[in-house]
Design a protein around this ligand. Structure first.
Ligand code: ZN
Length: 335
């Protein structure tokens, strides 16, 4: 049993992943109809959780998945008989019925994590030390506030036995929207935090560099890695990565979020480099973020550079920034 989870919790998570993964290409529509208050589709999402929770009591993992699939198929077929369904609801329910699961990897969370870690290791080269262990933990409550449908969060921690990436999920919140954003949160942890923590640097969740510019870099690579990591759901996972970013900062705290500062700085530089074309401009900004993360600059110094770029006080017209961005000078020149 991985992750020291109670057996029933683990089997319930495995069942949900198996049922969702088999329908990977319809998860965007599934999530959207839930969000748009489709009673029938909300109902089958509730049924999915019931089927998975019930099957969690089964004798083995494969048996649990088969039981959950059979149980859910019955509910899907019943839902399809609901009078007055829209064509979108009918089409989605039919698609969900026609894609029964054939099982799941022994540990689908680690399978995805190892894929993300492999790509991140290629990105960082020699700076990527050992891939940290993944830990999956159940959340007792939603990490933010409903109607946010993303019942997950993640954290990279230094422990006495080394760096650990923790994926925290509310089991009965593991529906289509949450599942679609697992690659994004794992990519954020690997790209933004693992190298820093492995090198002994402190974590600062208020850093516009670590949580903003590096998060932009994480999104830049996520778009490229998703078709390889989870081809069936790549397009929807990109959309939901943006939606989760938008809800991850709760309103009302009267602060300009570090994520927005960093993303704005990145997009500011891309705009200023637009004469090179968007792909080349984005590639240079991605390279800048990565090289800054590997530079000798302190956390405060990196944040100061990001803030100045966001405020347009430091632009590509500055000879030092220009030569660093164009890869003619080392990122250390910025500090
Ligand atoms: Zn973070």
């Amino acid at each position: 049993m991985p992750y020291r989870l109670p057996t029933a919790t683990w089997r319930g998570l495995l069942c949900r992943v198996a049922l969702l993964q088999a329908r990977a290409d319809r998860l965007g529509a599934f999530s959207d109809l839930v969000r748009n208050d489709s009673t029938a589709v909300r109902g089958v999402l509730g049924d999915l959780h019931l089927s998975a929770t019930r099957a969690g009591q089964a004798a083995s993992d494969p048996a649990a998945i088969i039981a959950a699939e059979q149980d859910w198929q019955t509910k899907l077929e019943q839902a399809l008989q609901t009078p007055g369904l829209t064509s979108d609801e009918t089409n989605l329910l039919r698609d969900l019925i026609s894609r029964p699961t054939t099982g799941a990897p022994v540990d689908p969370f680690d399978a995805l994590y190892q894929g993300v870690a492999k790509h991140t290791a290629e990105l960082y080269g020699g700076a990527w030390l050992d891939t940290p262990e993944l830990s999956v933990l159940p959340l007792a409550a939603h990490p933010r506030q409903p109607p946010d449908p993303y019942a997950l969060t993640a954290e990279t921690k230094r422990t006495p036995s080394g760096v650990v990436v923790e994926l925290l999920i509310r089991p009965d919140g593991l529906g289509p929207a949450t599942f679609l954003t697992i690659p994004m949160v794992l990519t954020h942890e690997c790209v933004c935090h693992v190298v820093q923590l492995s090198a002994g640097a402190p974590v600062n969740n208020q850093s516009p560099f670590a949580e903003g510019l590096m998060d932009w870099l994480s999104g830049y690579h996520l778009r490229r890695w998703l078709p390889l990591l989870c081809p069936g759901m790549a397009a929807s996972a990109i959309v939901h990565a943006g939606l989760l970013s938008a809800v991850a900062v709760p309103p009302g705290h009267r602060r300009y979020s570090p994520r927005l500062v960093g993303w704005t700085a990145a997009n500011e530089l891309v705009s200023q480099l637009m004469n090179l074309g968007v792909p080349a401009a984005e590639t240079l900004v991605a390279s800048l973020a990565l090289r800054m993360n590997l530079s000798r600059g302190s956390g405060d110094e990196r944040d100061a550079v990001v803030r100045r770029i966001e405020l347009q006080r430091l632009t590509i017209a500055d000879p030092t920034l220009r030569s660093v961005v164009l890869e003619e000078a080392d990122a250390d020149m910025l500090f």
